[in-house]
Write a protein that binds this ligand. Structure first.
Ligand code: ADP
Length: 270
């Protein structure tokens, strides 16, 4: 929609002057639409797990005499409620990220700490699914930003790489520095993404295969969060993938380049 929306306000100043105030509202109209869309998506996506919780609770009530069934329903109930909790968490994270184009209080963040934390958070799942996490590259660099957000972005990429791998397999986490940019690449040898879907994987709630993604507990929000984190840090995220071969996701962010100090530091005399 390329039309321009103007708010025109007319203010009377005394009896003779009329002041005309025009304000371009194109951006705020667009943001309103994004917000409405998001809320509509959320309501739609939440209906399924909430419905399931209701049905399972009902089934539990009727299965009271059959301990094996009670146990089965209870297990599924707990899984659905965990899914709901995870989804709620991601929705909150994403709406927070969408609310601001820039970071409120950027700090210098150590990339080594970010990668270490993101790998540690995925270690248990990787071991359980027989996926080996292999990391490499020079991580000794810093970026301006928010450490928790960056950890969450890298965490999401590693979690996806594990989830869409076929065990036993490796997931690589590499860091490289080029001029004033640091690139974090997460590579898997998993199922890959069909070329025609590549553009869409960063969309909110998008999943390549709805049924499979639901079965594996996906929400379709992870990559959308990664994209917003990268953008809020002045960077971007890209993907290369081949079905049946695997995928590589890269986050590129401007890094802190140390200025050579103007004057050499005086050496303290003993
Ligand atoms: P989800 O919670 O479903 O993983 P994401 O936003 O993280 O949501 O990813 C969106 C979709 O992109 C996934 O459902 C999956 O189909 C696809 N996808 C993401 N990462 C990978 C990967 N490493 N390999 C294959 N497919 C992937």
């Amino acid at each position: 929609d390329a039309s321009i929306h103007l708010t025109v306000r007319i203010a009377r100043l005394g009896t003779r002057f009329v002041l005309l105030l025009a304000e371009d509202r194109t951006e705020s109209v667009r943001l309103d639409a994004v917000r409405r869309d998001f809320v509509a998506n959320i309501s739609h996506e939440l209906k399924t797990p909430i419905g399931a919780v209701g049905l399972l609770a009902e089934a539990l009530e009727h299965a009271a005499d059959d301990p094996a069934q009670v146990q089965r329903f209870a297990k599924r109930l707990s899984k659905e409620s965990q899914r709901l909790a995870g989804m709620t968490q991601e929705i909150i994270e994403l709406s927070r990220l969408q609310a601001a184009d820039a970071l409120a209080d950027p700090q210098q963040v150590d990339i080594d700490r970010v990668i270490t934390a993101a790998i540690d958070q995925n270690r248990v799942t990787a071991d359980a699914q027989r996926i080996q996490l292999v990391s490499g590259g020079d991580r000794r660099t810093r970026v301006w930003g928010d450490e928790a957000m960056l950890v969450s972005a890298v965490h999401n990429l590693i979690a996806n790489a594990i989830q869409y791998s076929v065990a036993p397999a490796r997931v690589g986490i590499g860091v490289s520095q080029r001029d004033d940019v640091v690139e974090i690449a997460v590579t898997d040898q998993g199922i890959g993404i069909p070329e025609e879907e590549l553009d869409r994987v960063f969309e909110r709630f998008f999943r390549v295969d709805q049924a499979r993604a639901r079965a594996t507990g996906g929400t379709g929000l992870g990559l959308s969060i990664v994209k917003h984190v990268a953008q809020n840090h002045g960077g971007d995220v890209r993907v290369w993938s081949q079905p049946g071969r695997g995928s590589t996701f890269t986050i590129r962010i401007p890094r802190v380049v140390d200025e050579p100090s103007a004057a050499p530091q005086p050496v303290k005399a003993r």
